[in-house]
Write a protein that binds this ligand. Structure first.
Ligand SMILES: Cc1ncc(COP(=O)(O)O)c(C=O)c1O
Length: 479
């Protein structure tokens, strides 16, 4: 039902007092050509009708405030509300990027300190808070790799960025956008980078390697130090895709394992919801030798005041002003209130929760890499597929249990992949309910496959043509 369908001519949600000044005819205010030729055709309703319409509509949607959301790689964890309140405080939300620096010392201090915290978490030297998303951080990092090789007179020859076959799709896309050639490296039987294949691939053409660790299979690469040495010995740089840092906070610092550049998604790990349609933030942190190439501006603290500065060989701005400030405030508040111990507990609980769920499900679903997982894990629905039920069917059936579907068919190297990230914010009771739902579905595949193939049965809309919805979305209603 659309709002317009509820409209009744003449019905109103408000009443304005009569004008007590002389009204200027509209034709005198707006040139004739810009005047509307016909009625706008807005819905006419009372205020409660509008409120009820939108409230009911919002309840048809699934969100982390409504139920469990184990969307692997995306980290749909619950974010503390208090951080939203802090970001909305007028001292943060009402300032303007063009204000003189001496009137926004608090905001600059917050950015500077966030830079320091992220640098500590990454084990690297200096942060740019400018990129607006993970993929934007990747592009920025790759442009820095390019600038570094240019500075050393090697940009012409160093054209290749090596990327594992388990990588997130944004990695090769960013490499391509930055003007590199993306070379895919295969995974070994334990799910890590195939070290021998890597040795054979590197050379004077290598600009760098992009790696997610733990990778998108939820596995920590046991050979990371060897991998770093191979890349550095070949003259390349190591880029860490830290979009999802939920397994490593306070436990492993990418810089200590050889990485030169890291990006974080504040809108995953640090208290801004991912995929909510709102602004994101993908800061990058770099090692000492790359600080001079960071985007313009960075925040510095000298002679007792905070100020914006342009790094010596900056690649230039990658976004207006200094980035999405509201997201930074939430990340800052999150880091400050958890502290070092709290951040470590986030990761310990994320890993514990993932391993608990994994171990309860591996009897019913094929587990291609049977190892200790980190914050997420990847099952395969191939046993169910053999019985005629696809991973998509399983994901749809989960909706009937009030659970958002996990990420499916990614990473690409796992047949019928089901990627689960429980996150640290869920209780054992919620995890147990999810485990039970997945076990029930596995049983249903054996006993009543037709039921699963027609799922979801209990949602406001049933099974959609997802390709059509994505390719030809109807976003407006034509009058
Ligand atoms: C591993 C990984 N890298 C990069 C990204 C890209 O982040 P964004 O969606 O903010 O561009 C994602 C996003 O889901 C991801 O999971």
């Amino acid at each position: 039902m659309l709002l317009l369908d509820l409209s009744v001519p003449g019905r109103q949600g408000y009443a304005l007092p009569k004008l007590d000044v002389e009204e200027t005819p509209i034709e005198e205010l707006i040139p004739e050509t810009y005047l509307r030729k016909s009625e706008l055709g807005l819905p006419e309703l009372t205020e409660p009708e509008v409120v009820r319409y939108f409230t009911q509509l919002s309840r048809k949607n699934h969100g982390v405030d409504v139920g469990f959301y184990p969307l692997g790689s995306c980290t749909m964890k619950y974010n503390p509300r208090v951080n939203e309140n802090i970001a909305a405080m007028p001292g943060f939300s009402r300032i303007h990027p063009r204000q003189p620096e001496n009137t926004v010392q608090g905001a600059l201090q917050l950015m500077y300190e966030l830079d320091r915290y992220l640098a500590e978490i990454a084990g690297l030297a200096k942060t740019s808070l400018q990129p607006a998303a993970g993929a934007h951080g990747e592009l920025t990092g790759l442009l820095i790799i390019k600038a570094y090789h240019e500075f050393n007179g090697e940009a012409e020859q160093r054209r290749e960025i090596i990327i594992p076959d388990s990588a997130h799709g944004t990695n090769p896309a960013s490499a391509q956008m930055a003007g590199f050639i993306a070379r895919e490296i295969s995974s070994d039987p334990r799910g890590g980078v195939d070290v021998e294949a890597l040795r054979a691939m590197v050379g004077p053409q290598t600009a760098g390697l992009m790696l997610t660790n733990p990778n998108t299979l939820g596995l920590f690469d046991e050979n990371i130090e060897t991998i770093a040495k191979i890349i550095h010995d070949a003259g390349g740089l190591l880029y860490y895709d830290g979009a999802n840092a939920n397994a490593i906070l306070g436990i492993v610092r990418p810089g200590d394992t050889g990485f030169d550049i890291v990006h974080f998604n504040l809108h995953k790990t640090f208290s801004t919801p991912h995929g909510g349609g709102g602004p994101g933030s993908g800061p990058i942190v770099v090692s000492n030798k790359l600080v001079d190439f960071l985007p313009d501006p960075i925040v510095e603290y000298t002679d007792g005041r905070y100020h914006l500065a342009r790094p010596k060989h900056s690649i230039g701005p990658v976004k207006a002003f200094y980035g999405n400030f509201g997201v930074m405030v939430k990340a800052y508040a999150y880091i400050r209130h958890l502290g070092a111990e709290g951040l470590r507990a986030v990761s310990e609980n994320a890993v514990l929760n993932a391993n608990y769920v994994l171990n309860q499900l591996k009897q019913d679903y094929h587990l291609p890499y049977d190892r200790l997982c980190m914050h997420e894990f990847v099952l395969s629905g191939k046993w169910q597929k053999e019985l005629g039920v696809s991973t998509l069917d399983i994901a749809k059936r989960l909706l009937d249990y009030g659970v958002h579907a996990p990420t499916i068919y990614f990473p690409l190297i796992v047949e019928e992949a089901i990627m689960v990230e429980p996150t640290e914010t869920e209780s054992k009771a919620t995890l147990d309910a999810f485990i039970e739902a997945m076990q029930n579905i596995a049983e249903e595949v054996r006993t009543n496959p037709e039921r699963i193939k027609s799922a979801p049965c209990q949602t406001p809309v049933k099974r959609l043509d997802e390709t059509k919805a994505a390719r030809s979305p109807v976003l407006t209603r034509k009058l």
